[in-house]
Structures are given as C-alpha cells and as structure tokens.
Design a protein around this ligand. Structure first.
Ligand code: SF4
Length: 284
C-alpha cells in the first residue's frame, strides 16, 4: 500500500504547529498503525529529518500510552480498538490519512502527536487509598465480593486512561474516565470506607483540571477502546450526591459540588445521567 499522511508537526509546547504531508510506501495490510509510523520514521531518520513523535508502549491495547486522532476520530474509529491495534487493512491503497494529537485544553501538546495527560494522573492521585489490614496475608475469600459487584469493578478497571473520551467529547469532558476510576474502587468492599471522600475528591480534581462539562453527547463511549459504558457516569453522579449528602449534610454545598454541570445538563438530555434520586441510605 502507498499512503499519503498529513501529520501535525509541532516542535514543542510553545511552538506553533502545522500539518506536514508525507508519503509512505510498501505498507502491508497486516501492519499495525504504529508499525506504519515506524516505517515513516525510519525513512525520516535516513533522510536526517526529525521523526514524528508519538507515544507507545505495550502495543497490545492495554497500557493506554498511545492515542491520537486518525481522520478526526480518536484511535481511528474501529470499535473497541486502540490505535496500536488498528490494522492497516482498514485503509485503502492511495488513501490520505490525517493524524492529529488529542485536542483539549486540559491536554496541551508536548510535541507532534504527544499531549500531556498528567491531569488524569492527578485525578487518580486525588482518589487516595483504600483501607486494607496490614499483617499476614488474609485467607483467600476472606472478603466476599458479590459477583455482580466484582463484574462492575472489573469492567470499570478496564479503563486504560488513554484520553480518547476527552478528545472525542465536544466539551472535552473527562466524565467517562473519572467515572470508571471512581466506580472501580467504589464497587468493592475494600473501597467502601473512603467511598464518599474519594468521589468528592476525584470529581473536584476533575473540575479543577480544565476539563469541560458533560452534556450527554455519548461520543466518549463511542470511541472508548475499552468500551467503558456511559452508565458509569450515572453511577458516579449518584455516588457524588450520596457523598455530598452524607458526609457534609450541607445543602449549600450541593450547588457548587453537584449541580453544575452534573444535574442541570442531565435533565435536558437523558435520564441515564440524571438520576438525582437519593439512594435510600443517603436519605437517612
Ligand atoms: S474511559 Fe475509555 S476512552 Fe476514556 S480514558 Fe478510559 S479507556 Fe480511554
């Protein structure tokens, strides 16, 4: 296959960037997208030009390092597929392919296709810890976890933190990512003691990191390579209301912590995210 690549080149965070067009040839359908970029970079290095900077690590779709827009779609548009697992067989000989970094204020470009996603790390860090007893190893099954809860936690833990959800969202919201991280630990008995604080803290950090507001477009779920479901956003919103109600019991806190934008926007668009019914135990 011979391809024309339009790639965003930007020397540094402070430099201005532009698209540069390259030709690549002898690409086989079985190559992955990143292997195709390796071919381009070998050619650029041989010509003593700077190679295109892009992130990668495991190349097995589990590390969350890779990710950029391919023809305007995060990870290239194959459902449940990271860009490292995107095969060149999905493209045609002679295609023109446009590559851009994630576009979000919270993800400033570092160079070419690499953005700074440390805002995600700070959201995770603000979630804190879980309580575990120290001492000798506990017996197996000492803490019983209902199958349904284990499945929910496992599904949420599949989030690899790639940032595609932010890039796809017209508001650059990080709700799908944050809800996956919140739901993962909040679903398990080991995460229960810090459940309220974790939820409040991670949502507050998310809001402070320049991410936009969720208005229920659903673009995040559509591009997520791990197919994290939108329902986790509803779960996080319910946990947030519960936490604000139980831990603080100060109604005046709720407008700043909860209502903007999680409740106001949700009313108009979808019941899925708008479950403002307080859980029974929160009303006590
Ligand atoms: S929710 Fe999906 S798209 Fe968003 S960071 Fe996690 S794996 Fe990536």
């Amino acid at each position: 296959m011979n391809l024309k690549l339009r790639i965003w080149r930007q020397q540094s965070a402070n430099a201005s960037g532009s698209f540069v067009t390259y030709q690549v040839s002898d690409i086989t359908p079985d190559m992955s997208f990143l292997e195709m970029l390796d071919v381009l970079n070998e050619d650029l290095i041989n010509r003593q030009e700077p190679p295109v900077a892009f992130e990668h690590d495991c190349r097995e779709g589990i590390c969350g390092s890779c990710g950029f827009l391919v023809n305007g779609v995060a990870h290239g548009g194959q459902r449940g597929t990271t860009v490292c697992q995107l095969a060149m067989r999905f493209f045609e000989d002679g295609d023109t392919i446009t590559l851009e970094p994630w576009r979000a204020r919270a993800f400033p470009v570092i160079r070419d296709l690499i953005v700074n996603r440390s805002a995600f790390d700070r959201i995770i860090q603000s979630g804190g810890f879980i309580t575990v007893p120290t001492g000798s190893a506990p017996d197996a099954n000492a803490v019983l976890v209902p199958k349904e809860d284990a499945d929910t936690a496992f599904d949420a833990a599949a989030c690899i933190g790639c940032g595609a959800c932010v890039a796809a969202c017209p508001n650059a919201a990080a709700m799908l990512f944050t809800s996956a991280k919140v739901t993962h630990l909040n679903s398990l008995p080991q995460g229960e003691p810090q459940r309220d604080q974790r939820t409040l803290s991670m949502v507050a950090t998310m809001r402070n990191e320049l991410f936009g507001s969720c208005t229920n477009h659903g673009e995040c779920e559509a591009v997520c390579p791990k197919q994290i479901p939108l329902e986790f956003i509803g779960k996080m919103n319910r946990d947030l209301i519960r936490a604000a109600w139980r831990r603080h019991r100060e109604p005046l806190l709720m407008p700043s912590v909860v209502q903007q934008p999680f409740m106001e926007d949700s009313h108009e668009h979808s019941d899925k995210h708008a479950d403002t019914q307080l859980p029974a135990d929160a009303q006590k």
